[in-house]
Design a protein around this ligand. Structure first.
Ligand code: C2E
Ligand code: MG
Ligand code: MG
Ligand code: MG
Length: 292
């Protein structure tokens, strides 16, 4: 395309590149400023998105977990999506300065949330590859759990296939320590990386989250349906909990249920919401979401 448009096309391309790297630089600078001033609380919050399981009824689902998702509102950049800034924080090696804040904040929130329910709700936290690589990750999580009087068995960490492919020993040390503590592991965005079947069988992750890109194509791409069926069948034979991410429509849900998927997350049920809104659902609706 660029070639056909000739010089003008190239110019446009170059301009886009410049805008992209400028935005990137701004993000890095703003992140550094927050870290230096330790002013995380002023710009960052955590939202929580329910993860649901069928309740045996057609339209009624039970909230079994919540995924913590970071939100950033910057005075100069406005709202910046984590899909944009987390990879930048990772590549610029700033992410580890955020891990402690994220863990402390989510565990504090979970402690608060726990006053409004009495079942085994779990908290699912995204951990970036660098986080899992840092030597004291497991130990500092353990300290934070103790400080917040939380049971490690109610905590799930979402890790990606990519971080599992890393050969480094500290990742494997952290994983063994975490599993030893009783923390659950989930493979996030499954289907976008390169985890081999052999790897999946050996990794101590009980849960696999099927990436949203598969779910969003359910109605437009026939081959994609076969892929999801195959992923679900594989999960079943490996005895994993399979969670479908990004369930947006009742058609998505219907297809997934027909193929024996039992756990769901997506806008059809709830967007990520703040702590107060979550507590509201818990108090008013008894941990259940009923679809219209
Ligand atoms: P993820 O872990 O795969 O999280 C799921 C993303 O899908 C979230 O985007 C969520 O808001 C979005 N989502 C959920 N249901 C639907 C749906 O039905 N439709 C659509 N279109 N989207 C849906 P979000 O919050 O923008 O986060 C993007 C990514 O940023 C996350 O993907 C995760 O990789 C990363 N991230 C977010 N918070 C954290 C964090 O605290 N720590 C780390 N390390 N990464 C984070
Ligand atoms: Mg996730
Ligand atoms: Mg995901
Ligand atoms: Mg994702």
């Amino acid at each position: 395309e660029v070639k056909n448009e000739g010089k003008a096309g190239y110019k446009f391309f170059a301009q886009q590149m410049t805008e992209r790297s400028l935005k990137r630089l701004q993000i890095v600078n703003e992140l550094k400023e927050v870290i230096e001033a330790q002013s995380f609380d002023e710009q960052f919050t955590m939202h929580y998105q329910p993860i649901l399981a069928s309740n045996g009824k057609v339209n009624n689902f039970k909230i079994i977990g919540v995924e913590a998702l970071i939100r950033w509102k910057n005075p100069r950049l406005g709202n910046v999506s984590p899909a944009e800034f987390i990879p930048i924080a990772e590549e610029s090696h700033l992410i580890n300065y955020f891990n402690k804040w994220i863990i402390d904040r989510t565990l504090g929130d979970f402690n608060e949330i726990s006053k409004f329910h009495n079942n085994g709700l779990y908290l699912s936290i995204n951990v970036s590859p660098l986080g899992l690589k840092s030597e004291d990750f497991a130990r500092s999580l353990q300290n934070a759990l103790l400080e917040n009087h939380l049971n490690p068995r109610n905590i799930q960490l979402e890790i990606t296939e990519t971080s599992l492919m890393d050969e480094g020993t500290s990742i494997h040390k952290n994983i063994s320590a975490l599993v030893g503590m009783g923390v659950e592991l989930a493979i996030d965005d499954f289907g976008t990386g390169y985890a081999s079947l052999n790897y999946l069988q050996n990794i101590p992750a009980q849960t696999i989250k099927i990436d949203r890109s598969y779910i969003s194509k359910i109605n437009s791409d026939v081959k994609n349906k076969d892929m999801i069926r195959a992923i679900l069948a594989m999960g079943k034979s490996l005895n994993k909990n399979m969670v479908a991410e990004g369930v947006e429509t009742s058609e998505h849900l219907e297809f997934l249920r027909q193929n024996d998927c039992k756990q769901f997350q997506g806008y059809l049920f709830s967007k990520p919401i703040d702590v107060d809104s979550l507590i509201d659902i818990f108090s008013k609706h008894n941990m259940e979401i009923t679809l219209p």
